[in-house]
Write a protein that binds this ligand. Sequence first.
Ligand SMILES: [Zn+2]
Ligand SMILES: [Zn+2]
Length: 302
Amino acid sequence: MLIGAHVSPAGGLYKAIGRGAERGCEAIQIFNQSPRMWRPTAYGEDDFAAFRDAIKPSPIKAVLIHAVYLLNCASDDPEIRDKSVTSLIQSLRIGAEIGAAGVVLHPGSAKQGDVGEAIARAGAVIKEALAESERCPLHLEDTAGAGGTLGRSFAELAALLGAAGGGARLGVCLDSCHLLASGYDIRTPQGLRETIDEFDRELGLKRLGSLHLNDSQTPLGSNRDRHANVGQGELGEHGCAAFLSEPRFEKLPLVIETQGPKGDGPSAEEVQLCFKLRKRGQAARQRGAGAARTRARRSKSG
Ligand SMILES: [Zn+2]
Ligand SMILES: [Zn+2]
């Protein structure tokens, strides 16, 4: 697992790498433009070259790009649809230039409308954006399930991937806060295991491309997207340790998207806490496996 944080590329795309390294990250996530404005940041070849030069000697081994929040690929408003497809293509092209592990996208919202039709519209937009770009994978993120947001369940994510053509560049980003809020009880290693078993049945494990670790301010099934700092929400340190040590997450980049202790984003201490909790989670799993072996031996001999 490559652990890291969402960081800002303010002042130059390459500056995100320094901010990640300062925080002890192995993976970073950035927005490719201001997340609340449609206007794209005009990055050019120099920016991409500076980024590639800076990342090579750095400890950062994986980069994710988060598409901006304004996108709604499922919109039935032609203007929003066009802006969404343009912006998504832009994200994917930048992702290809900087060798991103993926562009993470909230699949969209049906608003008050029919969910099936919204999935079909989102699928068409995503398909178009993939056709207009090369290489960079696209990870649809599971959502907390607020309002008409799409991607609240693995079945819905599977339908979205299908509507988008099901190609090899399509994957999924799982967010721990959104999983809990949408009703997946991932507070224990056992609950998480069953959840990922279900993911494997619905989507296939090879679709899992990236992870967001956020604790949740609101309880299981609340359908509200309120990130808490790592270990300080409904998952707690125990739940976060389970997420960080799940064996099937081993090869994936994981970033935190928290407010941080000062409200200005993830801190170095929080990233270090993730490494610590990962070790703790792994040790607990080993103890659990050891205890299970002992029980098995006893029941055989008894
Ligand atoms: Zn997320
Ligand atoms: Zn969220």
